[in-house]
Design a protein around this ligand. Structure first.
Ligand code: ADP
Ligand code: MG
Length: 284
């Protein structure tokens, strides 16, 4: 049966089966409700979320579907109102704050960077969870910072003030800071939005290298569905704060998804890689 003939119940069953069969979860959330004090209804209300260990998972969905809210809760920037979130099988609330920061790094969507530090100084800030009280820079810190600067490709910028950088350069430096934290799990909220194509590809390359060479588990919000489908091992599609579908890109990206989640009539073709051709908004 093609996906287009299936009922919502079929889709939910397929999604649940895939999540159950996907192997070890690095992050696992169940019966989640996440909201803000000013809102009556929760923004996120969903049953099960699995972020598989050692894989790249992309979170996709239209503006306002709750991607950033979900990521904030996974990173402990926001407390969930209900549900359980486990990292390595242990509730995230049970980690000490430095202990948590040694396990999981987060690059938020609207993060600011202080302008009066040099690139190298800023990247050193990524090392804070590895330091004791009043402890200076150790050999380990220096090495981690060098690895991060090298991997993010910002060596030529290291003496510059962060405030003098272009948007694309600043994003790579923020990524270097997150890399210096040397966590097994990295969450990134739209790290490529507003970057030119070259910087976008550079960022994606850094993330893929990190995953392949160090086995880092990545959960990344990507604005561009085609890019997400080509890049990620797994996709999570969010609609109105609920997980609409979850799985390998080839199992998730289809014309029905484009219509029901993104509100777009589109054709989806599969060659070597998926090709999405948007045509017009769905009549509502
Ligand atoms: P996305 O990242 O998918 O664009 P968000 O998680 O940023 O979506 O937002 C989801 C919903 O939560 C939106 O309706 C947004 O207006 C609301 N929201 C986000 N942040 C806040 C906040 N700090 N206070 C109140 N509502 C918020
Ligand atoms: Mg967002």
């Amino acid at each position: 049966m093609s996906q287009t003939d299936s009922t919502p119940r079929d889709r939910i069953e397929r999604r649940t089966d895939r999540q159950t069969e996907s192997g070890d979860a690095k992050l696992h959330a169940s019966d989640l409700e996440i909201g803000y004090p000013s809102l009556e209804q929760p923004v996120i209300d969903t049953d099960t979320l699995v972020i598989p260990e050692g894989e790249v998972t992309a979170l996709v969905g239209p503006n306002g579907s709750g991607k950033s809210t979900l990521l904030k809760a996974l990173a402990r920037h926001l407390d969930a109102d209900a549900g359980d979130i486990l990292l390595n099988g242990k509730a995230i609330a049970e980690y000490g704050s430095k202990e948590f920061a040694r396990e999981l790094g987060m690059l938020s969507q609207h993060g600011s960077t202080p302008g009066d530090l040099t690139v190298e100084e800023l990247v050193h800030h990524g090392r804070y969870p590895h330091k004791g009280f009043l402890e200076g820079k150790t050999m380990e810190d220096e090495e981690a910072v060098e690895r991060a600067i090298d991997l993010a490709g910002v060596d030529h910028l290291r003496e510059q003030d962060v405030g003098s950088l272009s948007g694309g350069q600043r994003q790579l430096v923020r990524i270097a800071m997150a890399l210096a934290q040397e966590t097994d799990t990295l969450l990134l909220d739209e790290p490529t939005t507003y970057l030119d194509l070259r910087h976008q590809l550079q960022v994606m390359d850094v993330i893929r290298t990190l995953n392949e060479e160090r086995g880092v588990t990545v959960c990344i919000v990507l604005h561009d569905l085609t890019q997400a489908a080509r890049f990620a091992d797994y996709l999570v599609a969010l609609r109105d704060g609920d997980i609409y579908d979850w799985g390998r890109p080839k199992d998730v990206v289809c014309e029905e998804l484009l219509a029901e989640v993104f509100g777009v009539v589109a054709s989806v073709e599969y060659g070597e890689e998926p090709r999405i051709i948007p045509k017009r908004p769905v009549d509502r």
